[in-house]
Design a protein around this ligand. Structure first.
Ligand code: CP3
Length: 363
């Protein structure tokens, strides 16, 4: 195995350097949901265009993806889209309603419905590839160390399956959790299909020039450890193993998954995303104990609530997060969940500049 040098990072963007387990000259930082309603320029270009329509317009996707890079000087762009887009491209009747989120017109009610659904394959991924390519035109060629990397993403199989079975976001995902126990065969078909959609969606973004991929398991926190291990982990692991074969570094993020963070690491990502409920130092200790990922790379976990605190309070918290990240081999600074739409964009720009000014471990 190659030894990881903490002192001599190769000439590459800070994000990729951290993902390789190195320490770049300044901490890389980006924010989940950095493109979106907190930006007035986003609200302007989205006016009168439905969310899922915006996601299939390459010019608009590229514009929105690059807005936070221009404004905040973040170290990565995340492809502007939604976890529901591959379902829509597969022909599922899904809409994203403002203030509610994804809503399916006809959630499957029987095992036969599930089987019919899982025969659907995404069509039109060329638009996603084109949109990623349009992002790269502004972000810079992936082989250029000065370029801003583009992060591809998809919803993890459980989060996609939960939306499909419930028909919309719910608090406890009762119907999804019932299905996994009541009909493990239908569950297996649904989760395998959701994993295939995630792989296809991410691969289209990679073909267009994305060099990192993140899997969002936003709803996994509603599961017990045992259910996650048996009914979800194998399907997410399958996605990570497909992406590892493509040679792309990966990030695995789940909300409320602190109690089984080790299982998220076991799925095989390059980097584990830590949500705001778990101390980053504790997360690092737990991952060290299982030796995964290796090198140990974490992402997180500034509490989004602190974005509305007075600057000194936010800065002290951000500094503590950066210091805690020193316990890992590589650390990508991020929030412990998405940017709240009410966030003052100037506060995010200021936070990026502050994080970039820090030399962790030194004064
Ligand atoms: O900047 C980025 O992070 C990239 C774009 C992105 C969006 N959605 C854009 C979006 C990403 C990575 C997502 C992922 C996503 N979508 C997740 C996983 C991440 C998480 O937050 O846990 C989930 C659960 C969804 C489903 C979804 N889509 C919800 C719950 C909502 C919000 C609905 C609302 O109005 O409150 C959406 C819509 C959505 N996706 C918006 C954006 C910018 C807002 C829609 C709008 O601006 O009209």
């Amino acid at each position: 195995m190659t030894r990881v040098s903490p002192t001599a990072p190769p000439a590459q963007p800070a994000l990729l350097c951290a993902l390789a387990g190195h320490r770049p000259s300044r901490p890389p930082v980006w924010f989940m949901r950095q493109a979106g309603r907190s930006l007035p320029e986003y609200r302007r270009v989205r006016e009168g265009i439905a969310m899922l329509d915006a996601c299939v317009r390459p010019d608009l996707v590229a514009e929105i993806t690059c807005q936070p890079v221009r404004r905040h000087d973040v170290d990565a762009a995340i492809f502007f889209s939604d976890i529901m887009v591959p379902l829509k491209l597969a022909g599922v009747d899904v809409d994203i309603r403002p203030g509610i989120g994804p809503v399916l017109a006809q959630p499957p009610r029987t095992a036969a419905d599930v089987r019919a659904l899982t025969t659907l394959a995404p069509d039109g991924l060329g638009v996603i590839e084109d949109a990623a390519r349009a992002c790269i035109a502004e972000l810079g060629d992936p082989t250029d160390p000065e370029a801003t990397p583009l992060i591809a993403f998809a919803g993890a199989p459980f989060t996609l399956a939960a939306y499909v079975v419930e028909g919309r976001g719910t608090r406890d995902h009762l119907a999804a959790r019932t299905l996994m126990h009541a009909d493990p065969e239908a569950w297996d078909a649904l989760m395998t299909w959701a994993g295939d959609l995630a792989i296809a969606f991410i691969r289209a973004q990679i073909r267009g020039g994305a060099t990192v991929a993140q899997l969002f398991d936003s709803w996994a926190g509603s599961l017990s450890r045992a259910d996650y291990a048996r009914y979800c982990l194998p399907y997410s692991a399958r996605v990570f193993s497909a992406l590892a074969a493509d040679g792309v570094p990966t990030i695995h993020f789940g909300t409320g998954t602190g109690p089984f963070l080790d299982l998220l690491a076991t799925a095989g990502p390059t980097c584990v995303g830590v949500d705001y409920r778990l101390g980053l130092d504790e997360a690092i200790d737990r991952l060290r104990a299982i030796g995964r990922p290796s090198p140990l790379v974490v992402q997180g976990n500034i509490d989004p609530a602190l974005l509305s605190c007075p600057t000194p309070v936010l800065r002290a918290h951000a500094r503590a997060v950066v210091e805690a990240g020193m316990g890992a081999d590589g650390h990508i600074v991020n929030l412990g969940h998405g940017v709240p739409p009410s966030t003052d964009p100037d506060c995010l720009s200021d936070l990026v500049a502050y994080i970039h000014s820090l030399r962790p471990g030194k004064d």
